[in-house]
Write a protein that binds this ligand. Structure first.
Ligand code: IMP
Ligand code: MG
Length: 186
């Protein structure tokens, strides 16, 4: 599959490379100011958040570390199953740490709400969330999200780490997946 084939499945570009990077610059400055004098632990949620996390972390001017968690939510479909399971846990304890969870996208909120419960129980000094994208219309559970990159409409998006059935993560922008792609694969 070449990039040309990948792009054929994109209905529209929702957020292009440049506005993405401009917004991540702003988030980097805001987070650096908020955590000044503290030592930050970024928790990346695999796999979708890795592109965003890597770009965001390079903008932070406070000392920081990273750790990762992997959680199952959607399988290969486009809708939340409601079944959430930890596939990979953090390597180290977060007790007493300032933790910032970095997520690619918050849709129903079910995945993050489960994750926040699990992390809160480990007694971090502070726990906040930074999500590149959120779909406010789709929210089923209210979760306080301290930092949001972009609010987006209720469309299935791909690229910049976001996948459909593990594909399209390597597109450099956030695009809307053609609905036919989903229809033809189910
Ligand atoms: P939630 O539990 O419904 O909030 O789903 C969160 C997870 O579903 C995200 O971390 C993504 O992995 C995935 N997801 C939700 N919406 C999209 C989308 O539009 N494109 C790609 N993945 C999505
Ligand atoms: Mg996914």
């Amino acid at each position: 599959m070449t990039m040309v084939d990948l792009e054929a499945d994109v209905a529209e570009i929702l957020i292009d490379e440049e506005p993405l990077q401009v917004r991540i610059d702003e988030l980097g400055r805001e987070i650096s100011a908020d955590y000044e004098g503290r030592d930050l632990l970024l928790v990346g949620v695999l796999k979708g958040a890795i592109f965003f996390l890597a770009d965001l972390m390079r903008r932070l001017t406070v000392p920081c570390e990273i750790d990762f968690m992997a959680i199952s939510s959607y399988g290969d479909g486009t809708d939340s199953s409601g079944v959430v399971r930890i596939l990979k846990d953090l390597d180290a304890s977060i007790a007493g740490r300032d933790v910032l969870v970095v997520e690619d996208i918050i849709d129903s909120g079910l995945t993050l709400s489960y994750l926040m419960r699990s992390l809160t129980a480990r007694e971090p000094a502070s726990l906040e969330v930074c999500a590149l994208l959120t779909k406010p219309e789709r929210r089923e559970i209210e979760i306080p999200v301290r930092y949001v990159g972009f609010d987006i409409p209720n469309k299935f998006v791909i690229g910049y780490g976001l996948d459909y059935a593990e594909r399209y993560r390597n597109l450099p922008y956030i695009g809307v997946l053609r609905p036919e792609v989903v229809a033809n694969s189910t």
